[in-house]
Design a protein around this ligand. Structure first.
Ligand code: GAP
Length: 455
């Protein structure tokens, strides 16, 4: 499929039409670029998280999981630097009042990446006569920094409390508890999946940039003496492997290493994994070497000793950290972009999601050929009841069979199973493959083995 805004529109429209993703609070006119995951979107999201947890926690002996709170001690954000440094520069068009993130606006107009340098941004806005993409005028307010932290209040706490802008913080503050309670030895990692909140200046591109989103993050603790380069490359490989498991083609993935001068002061190396979205190459995941910045800061601000003692050498040290981070919503968008396909079929367009089977919200759709034939409906119900405890299944007896197939193609269901009149003769049903549309007859007694082998 050609990657363009038309493709993006088609995906957004399919998501709404087929119960994947809805604009939030639509009855009130929508709300601030927020979205709700509908029934199939929720299944897809859960499947992505399950796949991730299996790959990075269950299948590894050097990883454990945790689930920390969204509201954390405000001191944590002082220590991590978020309170003072987690800002983006914004600028308003004085003519049409549209708001922009200043660095992206300037980069789009001039090709110059001035992120982090307010003075240069203001100079560029005026001297290079950057035009407002909305009204075409060049009439800007002063660019100024805006904190991305969402502020709230909490009974019994003086001052502000913040919604976490990343899940990582909760892991660092529990590092010592994990070491003390679990049989972990450096190198080891802690994984967490959960919501994060950022008061983005401009959200957009559907679920690509949201103000409320989900992350799957790993903090991987290593010895300061460890040869980290090989481990870093290993994590990058595994992140790319995961992108392939979500259905991406090789040519749609690339790495972008942050230039030295743009690295955060604590990072030795940061690499983004970018995906070729319909709106262009953009960050999907990231990997950063954070050194001992976080544990040092939390040790300093909490006054607690967070060091680790090697049980063999009795050497005490603050571990360094490699941080592979993954966005859940961006994974969903990526999987949908990679899966969306159209083909011409007898003068009609067949729209389908070629989702990897592990991601498909519904694995098997079960149909009686005709709604008004009780013997077929009864058997189809029986087959459905037998399969549904092992797989997400859907029963559908509505409309003609062709329409039911089309619906499941758009949902991305790998198999449709139809109980037709042949069943009365030989106890077989038809199983249709989503991608090839090939149909085969399978004995009811062999269905369980068939799906065990194929799903
Ligand atoms: N702890 C490191 C960290 O949070 P990040 O690059 O700011 O790093 C990690 O975010 C990942 O979270 C990104 O690669 C992206 O997948 C996702 N992400 C970040 N901001 C997002 C937003 N506004 N909407 C959706 N996903 C976002």
């Amino acid at each position: 499929m050609k990657k363009d805004s038309e493709l993006m529109q088609k995906i957004v429209s399919l998501c709404k039409r087929r119960g994947y993703i809805f604009p939030a609070c639509e009855i009130y006119g929508g709300f601030a670029n927020s979205y709700s995951y509908g029934p199939y979107g929720t299944e897809l999201k859960n499947n992505i998280k399950k796949l991730w947890w299996k790959k990075f926690v269950q299948d590894r002996e050097d990883m454990v999981g945790m689930d920390g709170p969204i509201l954390l001690h405000p001191k944590l954000w002082e220590a991590s630097g978020h309170l003072t440094g987690f800002n983006d520069a914004m600028v308003d068009c004085k003519s049409c009042k549209k708001r922009y993130r200043a660095d992206t606006l300037i980069e789009g107009a001039t090709g110059k990446d001035l992120e982090g340098d307010l003075e240069k941004m203001n100079k560029a806005l005026n001297e290079e006569k950057v035009a407002c993409p909305n009204c075409g005028k060049s009439n800007w307010t002063e660019a100024r920094y805006l904190s991305l932290m969402f502020k709230t209040e909490m009974n019994s706490i003086d001052g502000s409390v913040y919604l976490r802008p990343e899940t990582a913080g909760a892991i660092f503050v529990d590092f010592k508890n994990v070491v003390d309670s679990m049989r972990v030895r450096v190198p080891f990692g802690i994984a967490q999946i959960g919501k994060a909140f950022r008061n983005e200046i401009v959200a957009g591109n559907f679920i690509f940039r949201l103000r409320e989103f989900e992350q799957m993050e790993i903090e991987y603790f290593i010895s300061p003496e460890e040869k980290w380069e090989a481990l870093f490359d290993g994590w990058l490989r595994q992140q790319e492997e995961f992108v392939h498991e979500l259905g991406a083609n090789k040519e749609d993935i690339r790495q972008h290493e942050h230039p030295k001068e743009k690295l955060s002061h604590y990072s030795r190396k940061t690499v983004d994994i970018q995906y070729n979205f319909p709106f262009g190459w953009s960050e999907l995941y990231g990997l950063a070497h954070r050194g001992d910045f976080d544990l040092t800061q939390h040790q300093k601000f909490s006054g607690q000793d967070l060091s680790y003692t090697d049980p063999n050498t009795q050497k005490k040290f603050l571990p360094h950290v490699l941080e592979p981070t993954f966005g859940v919503d961006r994974s969903i968008l990526m999987a949908l972009c990679a899966a969306y396909d159209e083909e011409q079929l007898e003068g009609e367009t067949r729209i389908l999601l070629r989702l990897p089977k592990a991601l498909a919200p519904i694995k098997i759709a079960v149909f009686p050929l005709l709604k008004n034939k009780p013997e077929l409906v009864k058997k189809a119900k029986e087959v459905f009841d037998n399969l549904k405890s092992d797989y997400m299944c859907e029963f559908d007896d509505n409309g003609n069979i062709g329409k039911r197939y089309r619906r499941q193609d758009e949902i991305g269901t790998p198999y449709c199973l139809t109980v037709d009149f042949d069943f009365l003769e030989d106890n077989t049903v038809t199983v249709r493959d989503r991608d090839s549309m090939k149909q085969e007859r399978i004995k009811i007694s062999e269905l369980s083995l068939f799906f065990k082998t194929n799903l």
